[in-house]
Write a protein that binds this ligand. Structure first.
Ligand code: NAG
Ligand code: NAG
Ligand code: NAG
Ligand code: NAG
Ligand code: NAG
Ligand code: NAG
Length: 934
C-alpha cells in the first residue's frame, strides 16, 4: 500500500517536474570557455588566453569544490554557491592556505554560500590585498577559526551572517590589528561577548550583531572600538538581562539600534555621554516610562524612535536638556493616556511628532505650542474626543495634522480657529477619517454646506469624502459629505421625554423638524410630541403593553412622515388611528401581536411607500387593504399567520419593489392559485422566494415552495374557471407571443432568461437543439450526467447546493461524478480526472479564487475545455462562478471562453433554473429505465 502511494506520488512529481524542466533552456550558456566548469563568467575585462581576467564569476559547485577552485579563471569578483545534491552529510572541505593564492592582486569581492568550511587557515586571505568585500554565509563558521578574518588588512567589509558563531572573546579574531571597517555577524547564535573581543579592529566603523541570542556582554566588550559610528544589536531579546551600561566605550556612535532587545529601563543605554549620537532606535522594547531629561546625554540627537514600547508615562521634561537638533520623535504604539504640556519647549527644531496608536483622550492647552519648525503631528488611532482651546497654537510651519480614527463626535474646531488669528504660511492638511461623527451638529452641517471652506481657506479637510456618520442612528455609516441636508439632525432637549433620557431626540438642521427615537423601555404611554415632529420611532419603548391603538392615542403632528411602533404588544389598530398623519410615508408595526389589519387602517395615506407588518399574527388580508396606497414600494408580510391572501390584494401596488411573504402557513388551494401566478410574474420582487411555502393537502404535514407546487395540486376543477391545461396553454401562448416580440423587437440580451423560464416553468425547450440525440446514438459512453470540478474549499457548496438541485430532486435525478465521493481510492488522479470527464455528459466547473490557485483544478478545466473544442459542443461545459472574478484573475483559456460563451453565477436569482436549463433534458437513469439507487 505504502509503496503504491509512493509510486503515484513519484509519477505525479515527475510529470510536474518535467513541465518545469521543459521551461528552462536545455543548456545554459557559459562564457568561461572552460569545459565542465559550472560557472557563469561575465565580461572579460582584460588579458587573453590564460591571463584573461573576468569582471565576475558565479559558480554552482558540488562535491570537491575546494579542488574545483583551482581551475576557475581570474576574476575580480568570485561568487561560490555550493549545493550538496541532497547528500546532507557532506564533510567540511579542507582548505589549503594558498587556496586563493592565484587570485592575489585581482580579487576584490569574494562570496561563499553554503560551502562548508572545515578549517579557515589564518593566512588564507592575507594574499588578497585588494579584497574589499568578504561574504561567508551559511558556511558553518563556528567561532573557532576566525583569525583569518583578523588577517584582512584592507579597509574591508566582512559579512559572516547565518553561521554558527556562538561565543566571542578577545582570542576570536587573532592577535594582529586588522583594518576591517565593517563587520556583520547578523543571525548567528552569539550568546556571549567577552572583554576586548573587538580590540583588534580599531578601524571598525560599523558593527552588526543583530538577530543573535546575546545575553552576556562583558564590561569591556566594545572597548577599543574608538571609531565605531554605527552599532546594531537589534533582535537580541535578552541583551539587557545581565548587562549594564554597554555603550560607555563607544563614544563616537552616531547610530544606535537597540530595538527588539527587551529593554525595560532607559538608564541602560543612558549612563554615559553619547555626544555624537544622531539616530536612536529603541522601538519594540518594554520601556514603561521616559523620565525627565532622559536624552540629555545625547545632545546632538536628531531622530528618536521609541515606538511600540509599553510607555504609560512621559515626564514633561523628558525631551528637555538642550536637544537643539531633534527633528523627529516617534512614540506610536504605546499606552499613553495623557501627554504632558510644553514637552517640546526646548526642542526648537522639532519637525515631526508621532503619537499615533496610543490611548490619548484630550489634548490639553499648550501641548503643541510655539514650535516654529513643527510640520507634522500624527495623533491618529487614539481615543481623542476633545482638543482644548489653545491645544495647538502658534505653529507657523505646520502642514499636516492627522486625527484619523479617534473619537471626535464633532469637528474639533479648537484646532482651527487659533490659526484664524495667525494664518499659517501654507494651508494645513487635516485628516479625520474614521471618527464617530454626529452628523447633525451645526459644525458638521456647516462643513457639509461648504461654508467651512470659505471661512477657513487655510485649512484643508483632505479626506472629508471618507468621513462617515456615526450618529444619528438612521444615517449611521453613511458618507457625510453626500448625505442630504435633510438628514442632518442635532440633539434636542426641549421635551420632557428627551430630558429624562427616555428618547433620543433631534431637531433637523434644515427646517427644525423634530425626530424622536424612543427605544428604552421606560415610558408608561406613548408620548405627545410637538407639532413639528417628523419622525417617531418606538422600539419597545413602553413598560406596559399598548393593546389597542386608538384614535388620538398620542399626538404628534400632521408632519409625521415616519412612524415605527415595534414590539409594544399591539393587538389592534382601530380605523382612523393613523388618519391624523396624512403625510405618513413609512409605517412599521412589526413585532407586535396584531391578528388583523383591517382594510381601512391605511386608507387615503397616499404618500405611504413602506408598510412593515412582519412578525405579527395576521391571518388574512382583504383585497382592499392597499387599494388607496398607490405609491407603495415595500410591503413586509413575512412571519405572520397568513393562510391565504385575497386575489387582487396587490393589484393597485404597481410600483412594488420588495414584498416579503415567507414564513407564513399558506394553504395551496384553488383560492391561492392566483398567488403562484403572481409570484411567477414578480420573481424579482419577492426575496426568499423558495421560502414562500404552503401546505398542499390537509393530510400532508410538509410545506412546499408555492412556486413549485404543480398547478393541478391547487385543485381548481371548478367549471367556471379555466382548466389547468387551458390555463397553461394561455400562459404559454401569451409568453411565446411576448418572446417573439422581445426577440424581434426589444432586446437580444434577455433571450436566454426567457428560454430558461419557459423551460423550467413549462418544460418548454425553445431554440435549444435536442441533446438527447447523443445519448441515443452512443448511450454506452456515458456513466455520469455531469462531472463536478471544484476546489477543496468549495466542497460545502457542492454538498449544499449542487447535489440538492441535481441529484436529490425527485423529478430529475441526475447522476453526478463528485471527486470526494466517486473517485476510486488510490487511482492515479490525472487518469481518473480524464476518464471521469470523458464519461460525463456535462462538465460543471465551479470557479472561485481557490479553484484558480489549484493546478489540479486547472487541469480539470483544461481537459473539459479541450473536449469542448474537440467535440464542438459548447453546452457540454458549464462554468459556474462562485464569486466575482475579474478577467485578469482568470486563466487565459477561461477568459477566452467566458468572453464567447454564457456562464452561470451563483449570485443570480435564477441560478437554479439556469443550471437545470443547461443540463441534459432527461437524466441517464430515466433513459436507461433504472432509477439509480446509491
Ligand atoms: C554523496 O556522498 C557520497 C559519500 O557519502 C559521495 O560518494 C557522493 O559523491 C556524494 N554526492 C554528491 C552529489 O556530492
Ligand atoms: C564589490 O562589492 C562592492 C560592494 O557591494 C561593489 O560596489 C563593487 O562593484 C564590487 N566589485 C566587483 C568587481 O564586483
Ligand atoms: C579538499 O577537501 C578534501 C576533504 O576535506 C581534502 O581531502 C583535500 O585535500 C582538499 N583539497 C584541496 C586541493 O584543498
Ligand atoms: C534570525 O535568526 C534565526 C535563527 O538564526 C533565523 O531563523 C531567522 O530567519 C533570522 N531572522 C532574520 C530576519 O534574518
Ligand atoms: C578587559 O581587558 C583589559 C585589557 O585586556 C583589562 O585591562 C581589563 O581589566 C579587563 N576588564 C575586565 C572587566 O575584565
Ligand atoms: C532603572 O534603573 C535605575 C538605576 O538602577 C533605577 O534607579 C530605576 O529605578 C530603574 N527604573 C525602572 C523603571 O526599573
Amino acid at each position: 500500500m505504502a509503496a503504491e502511494v509512493h509510486s503515484t506520488k513519484t509519477r505525479l512529481c515527475l510529470c510536474v517536474f518535467g513541465v518545469l524542466l521543459s521551461m528552462i533552456p536545455a543548456t545554459f550558456s557559459l562564457s568561461c570557455n572552460v569545459p565542465d566548469l559550472p560557472c557563469l563568467c561575465e565580461g572579460p575585462t582584460q588579458g587573453s588566453g590564460d591571463h584573461i581576467e573576468y569582471h565576475r564569476i558565479t559558480c554552482f559547485l558540488t562535491g570537491e569544490w575546494n579542488v574545483t577552485i583551482g581551475v576557475i579563471p581570474l576574476t575580480r569578483s568570485l561568487i561560490l554557491s555550493c549545493s550538496h545534491g541532497g547528500n546532507g552529510t557532506e564533510e567540511p572541505a579542507d582548505l589549503k592556505e594558498d587556496l586563493f593564492h592565484k587570485f592575489a592582486g585581482v580579487l576584490q569581492n569574494l562570496t561563499m554560500r553554503r560551502c562548508k568550511i572545515g578549517n579557515l587557515p589564518t593566512e588564507i586571505f592575507t594574499d588578497l590585498i585588494l579584497l574589499q568585500r568578504l561574504l561567508l554565509t551559511s558556511v558553518d563558521l563556528n567561532g573557532e577559526r576566525l583569525s583569518a578574518i583578523g588577517g584582512i588588512k584592507k579597509n574591508a567589509s566582512v559579512k559572516l551572517y547565518s553561521n554558527k558563531l556562538h561565543s566571542l572573546n578577545s582570542d576570536s579574531f587573532g592577535n594582529y590589528f586588522s583594518n576591517v571597517s565593517s563587520l556583520d555577524l547578523y543571525s548567528n547564535s552569539v550568546q556571549e561577548i567577552g572583554n576586548g573581543t573587538f580590540a583588534m579592529f580599531p578601524s571598525l566603523r560599523k558593527l552588526f550583531l543583530g538577530n543573535n541570542t546575546i545575553s552576556v556582554v562583558k564590561e569591556g566588550a566594545f572597548s577599543g572600538l574608538q571609531r565605531l559610528s554605527e552599532l546594531n544589536v537589534r533582535g537580541n531579546p535578552s541583551m539587557f538581562d545581565g548587562s549594564w551600561c554597554l555603550f560607555k566605550n563607544v563614544p563616537f556612535l552616531t547610530t544606535l539600534d537597540v530595538s527588539f532587545t527587551g529593554l525595560t529601563n532607559a538608564t541602560q543605554f543612558n549612563c554615559a555621554p553619547l555626544v555624537h549620537l544622531r539616530r536612536l532606535l529603541i522601538h519594540d522594547n518594554n520601556l514603561t516610562k521616559l523620565d525627565g531629561s532622559v536624552f540629555a546625554l545625547m545632545p546632538n540627537i536628531t531622530f528618536i524612535d521609541v515606538s511600540n514600547n509599553d510607555l504609560e508615562y512621559i515626564h514633561s521634561s523628558a525631551f528637555h536638556g538642550g536637544l537643539n537638533g531633534l527633528n523627529h520623535v516617534d512614540m506610536s504604539g504605546n499606552h499613553l493616556r495623557d501627554f504632558p504640556i510644553l514637552a517640546f519647549e526646548s526642542t526648537p527644531n522639532i519637525k515631526s511628532i508621532n503619537i499615533s496608536y496610543n490611548y490619548l483622550r484630550v489634548i490639553k492647552k499648550g501641548t503643541f505650542s510655539g514650535q516654529a519648525s513643527l510640520q507634522t503631528i500624527d495623533l491618529s488611532f487614539n481615543r481623542l474626543h476633545t482638543i482644548d482651546m489653545f491645544g495647538f497654537v502658534a505653529l507657523d510651519n505646520l502642514t499636516m495634522i492627522d486625527l484619523r480614527h479617534n473619537n471626535f463626535a464633532i469637528f474639533p474646531e479648537n484646532v482651527v480657529w487659533p490659526f484664524d488669528i495667525q494664518p499659517p504660511h501654507i494651508p494645513i492638511k487635516t485628516f479625520l477619517q474614521g471618527n464617530n461623527f454626529n452628523c447633525g451638529c451645526h459644525w458638521m452641517f456647516y462643513i457639509r454646506r461648504g461654508e467651512f471652506k470659505d471661512t477657513y481657506p487655510f485649512f484643508i479637510l483632505s479626506d472629508n469624502s471618507t468621513w462617515t456618520c456615526k450618529a444619528p442612528s438612521p444615517v449611521a455609516n453613511k458618507p457625510m459629505m453626500t448625505l442630504p441636508l435633510e438628514d442632518f439632525w442635532c440633539p434636542y432637549y426641549n421635551d420632557e421625554a428627551c430630558r429624562r433620557g427616555s428618547c433620543e431626540c433631534y431637531s433637523r438642521d434644515v427646517d427644525e423638524a423634530n425626530v424622536f427615537f424612543c427605544n428604552n423601555n421606560t415610558m408608561h404611554s406613548l408620548p405627545n410630541f410637538p407639532a413639528n415632529t417628523f419622525m417617531f420611532e418606538c422600539d419597545g419603548c413602553l413598560i406596559d403593553d399598548q393593546v389597542t391603538l386608538q384614535v388620538g392615542a398620542f399626538q404628534a403632528s400632521a408632519r409625521l412622515t415616519f412612524l415605527v411602533l415595534q414590539d409594544i404588544g399591539l393587538e389592534r389598530i382601530l380605523p382612523g388611528a393613523l388618519q391624523e398623519f396624512p403625510n405618513l410615508q413609512q409605517l412599521d408595526v412589526s413585532y407586535n401581536v396584531l391578528n388583523t389589519f383591517s382594510d381601512d387602517i391605511i386608507t387615503n395615506l397616499t404618500h405611504l411607500h413602506t408598510v412593515d407588518l412582519s412578525n405579527n399574527r395576521v391571518n388574512s388580508l382583504s383585497s382592499n387593504t392597499f387599494a388607496t396606497n398607490l405609491n407603495l414600494t415595500t410591503v413586509k408580510l413575512h412571519s405572520n399567520n397568513l393562510k391565504t391572501l385575497e386575489d387582487g390584494v396587490f393589484n393597485s401596488t404597481t410600483y412594488l419593489e420588495v414584498l416579503t411573504l415567507h414564513n407564513n402557513p399558506f394553504v395551496c388551494n384553488c383560492s391561492l392559485f392566483w398567488l403562484k401566478q403572481w409570484l411567477q410574474s414578480h420573481l424579482d420582487v419577492v426575496p426568499q422566494l423558495y421560502d414562500v411555502k404552503c401546505y398542499v393537502n390537509s393530510s400532508n404535514p410538509d410545506l412546499y415552495p408555492i412556486i413549485q407546487v404543480a398547478d393541478l395540486d391547487f385543485g381548481c376543477y371548478n367549471p367556471d374557471v379555466l382548466t389547468v391545461q387551458e390555463y397553461n396553454a394561455v400562459i404559454v401562448t401569451s409568453t411565446l407571443t411576448l418572446l417573439f416580440l422581445m426577440v424581434g423587437a426589444v432586446t437580444f440580451r434577455h433571450r436566454r432568461a426567457i428560454r430558461v423560464i419557459l423551460y423550467t416553468r413549462y418544460g418548454f425547450h425553445v431554440l435549444h437543439d435536442d441533446d438527447d440525440d447523443d445519448v441515443v446514438l452512443d448511450n454506452v459512453r456515458w456513466e455520469y450526467d455531469a462531472y463536478i470540478a471544484y476546489s477543496d474549499e468549495d466542497i460545502q457548496f457542492v454538498l449544499e447546493n449542487i447535489i440538492p438541485i441535481l441529484e436529490d430532486d425527485d423529478n430529475l435525478r441526475y447522476k453526478l461524478c463528485v471527486r470526494h465521493r466517486d473517485f476510486p481510492p488510490g487511482g492515479c488522479i490525472a487518469t481518473t480526472i480524464v476518464t471521469s470527464l470523458e464519461a460525463s455528459r456535462r462538465s460543471i466547473v465551479l470557479i472561485s479564487r481557490s479553484f484558480l490557485q489549484d493546478e489540479w483544478r486547472l487541469l480539470e478545466f483544461k481537459t473539459a475545455h479541450q473536449r469542448v473544442l474537440k467535440d464542438k459542443r459548447n453546452k457540454n461545459l458549464i462554468l459556474v462562478f462562485l464569486e466575482d472574478l475579474t478577467k485578469d484573475e482568470m486563466d487565459d483559456d477561461m477568459r477566452y471562453y467566458v468572453t464567447a460563451n454564457a456562464y452561470l453565477s451563483t449570485t443570480d436569482r435564477l441560478f437554479r433554473e439556469n443550471l437545470l436549463y443547461e443540463m441534459p433534458r432527461r437524466p441517464l437513469g430515466e433513459i436507461h429505465g433504472d432509477v439509480d439507487e446509491r
